[in-house]
Design a protein around this ligand. Structure first.
Ligand code: ADP
Length: 488
């Protein structure tokens, strides 16, 4: 596991890449310089010796050396040549007999070698023996028939190979130079590799540093040392990571804030009825002979507060269930018109009591794939609000319509309306435009939050339009089929 972690390090990978990219060319240059020098040195030496041998071969013919080796001039030339190139020169005639060996060892012997036989056929050969450190060169000794020697068999101008010059020259000087070159190049190569090591380490450190900075800053944020956002801006890439992280951080801070606010709101809302109950009970306890009517009145107030507490708890439970069962929508095919009618029937007594005229307008018969319980919560809350936040003699109209993809339920009332600045906030948990009025009429501030959650679970949308003093209109779009997407 640890070994894998080590190899997954970006710093290490960059280090290896930079080092490889530096070391490989350096090694290539090192070898090609040495090889280049060797090839060139051997080439120059070979062609020098070849030229000298060609000149010598002419002199051998001129002085008839193959038949008579006494020529001082040629012998001096041979000596000079073998000294100059620290090598050995052998003159071999066309019967493979060694006429002259500058080392004086093989004079008179017969030379049977592939190179010599090939050379007698006319081709000049060279052979570099790197292991033993010498170059072997063979040059044919050619006689060009002059007019004096011309016969019928060999007319003037004919070239006849009379023998072979075989030279072997030592490459010790070349090898020595190569050794010196190698030694110096190695020192340079080592220095280059050390510099490359340092450079690769430095560059990989520099390149990865912003990422290290990011993780350090994230760690310090995580450990609670700072609550600030990230600020590493070195690269475009790190900037993207930083801004993505910051937006996640911001979102989490908002979630944390809203959670804290929610908990404090819940505690407050739950405490209010309890405080009232305690005050009512305490005042009954404090007086010994409380008339029965007062007792009854206080007890019915206590019951009302308990009912309120019960309603808040039920609403909270509905909300929590909506959050928890997000993935679990209990989808079935529901007759939306019938469902709305049932809910409106339940609402009629309250509407009558508040003197509100409740009407259903069915523009289309709608059946849709929805969760019936959750859809009932949506309709109940919207219709209840249209009645609650209305004035006597007002109207509440529910209109059902559909297109090929969505059905809509529009709940319009002629009530008090909602001020513009509150329109975005009424879907928040516990938000109420007029707190005391809402409490008076039994509102918990959770109804629209529940409604919105249920709508979103159905991948639907909810919108509100309102004119204070004239009324409000809530419209809900829900996909007819449960797999349809969200409406923009
Ligand atoms: P509540 O339980 O208080 O009704 P809701 O979440 O249902 O809570 O509504 C939040 C607030 O939005 C209400 O307190 C009310 O001020 C306002 N509101 C909701 N529906 C209407 C409406 N039809 N007309 C006017 N105001 C409304």
């Amino acid at each position: 596991m640890h070994r894998f972690m080590f190899w997954r390090s970006l710093k290490l990978r960059l280090f290896v890449i930079i080092l490889t990219m530096g070391v490989l060319p350096a090694l290539f240059i090192y070898h090609s310089v040495l090889k280049g020098y060797e090839d060139r040195a051997v080439g120059v030496r070979t062609s020098d010796v070849q030229n000298q041998l060609t000149i010598l071969a002419n002199h051998l013919i001129t002085y008839n050396y193959l038949n008579d080796t006494s020529s001082e001039v040629v012998n001096a030339e041979l000596g000079l040549l073998s000294n100059l190139y620290s090598g050995r020169v052998m003159v071999i005639n066309n019967r493979l007999k060694i006429v002259r060996d500058t080392y004086g060892i093989s004079d008179g012997k017969t030379m049977v070698s592939e190179e010599v036989i090939k050379c007698l056929k006319g081709s000049s050969l060279t052979n570099y023996d790197r292991v033993n450190g010498y170059i072997e060169i063979t040059v044919p000794i050619i006689e060009k028939i002059s007019s004096v020697n011309a016969t019928d068999e060999n007319p003037e101008g004919t070239e006849i190979i009379r023998g072979v010059l075989l030279a072997s020259t030592s490459t010790d000087t070349i090898t020595a130079t190569i050794q010196i070159l190698k030694h110096r190049s190695r020192i340079i190569l080592h220095i280059v590799i050390i510099i490359l090591f340092a450079l690769a380490a430095f560059l990989s450190w520099i390149i990865v540093r912003p990422f290290d900075k990011i993780s350090k800053e994230i760690e310090s944020i995580q450990s609670g040392m700072t609550h600030e956002s990230l600020s590493v801006r070195d690269y475009l890439e790190t900037q993207h990571i930083v801004s993505a992280f910051n937006s996640v951080l911001e979102k989490m801070q908002k979630i944390d804030e809203s959670r804290r606010e929610f908990v404090s709101n819940v505690s407050h809302e739950l405490k209010t009825p309890l405080t009232s109950v305690k005050i009512l009970a305490d005042s009954l306890n404090a007086n010994d002979d409380v008339p029965v009517e007062v007792y009854r009145e206080f007890m019915s107030d206590i019951t009302a507060e308990i009912e309120r507490e019960d309603k808040i708890i039920n609403d909270l439970l509905s909300l929590v269930r909506l959050d928890k069962d997000a993935a679990k929508l209990n989808i079935s095919t529901v007759d939306i018109n019938a469902l709305t009618e049932i809910i409106m029937k339940r609402m009629r007594p309250i509407a009558r009591k508040n003197e509100i005229e409740l009407t259903l307008v069915s523009l289309r018969e709608v059946t849709a794939d929805v969760d019936e319980v959750k859809m009932s919560l949506v309709l109940t809350n919207l219709i209840e609000n249209a009645i609650k936040y209305n004035s006597p003699g007002g109207t509440a109209t529910v209109t059902i319509d559909a297109d090929h993809q969505y059905f809509t339920v529009e709940v319009a009332d002629s009530g008090q309306g909602i001020p513009d600045e509150d329109l975005d906030l009424i879907f928040e948990r516990f938000y109420r435009v007029d707190k005391s009025h809402s409490r008076e009429i039994g509102g918990t501030g959770l109804g629209l939050a529940i409604t919105k959650s249920a709508v979103l679970l159905h991948k639907g949308t909810i919108k509100v339009e309102s004119t204070p003093g004239e009324g409000s209109r809530f419209t809900v779009w829900i996909p007819l089929k449960s797999s349809a997407g969200m409406k923009e």
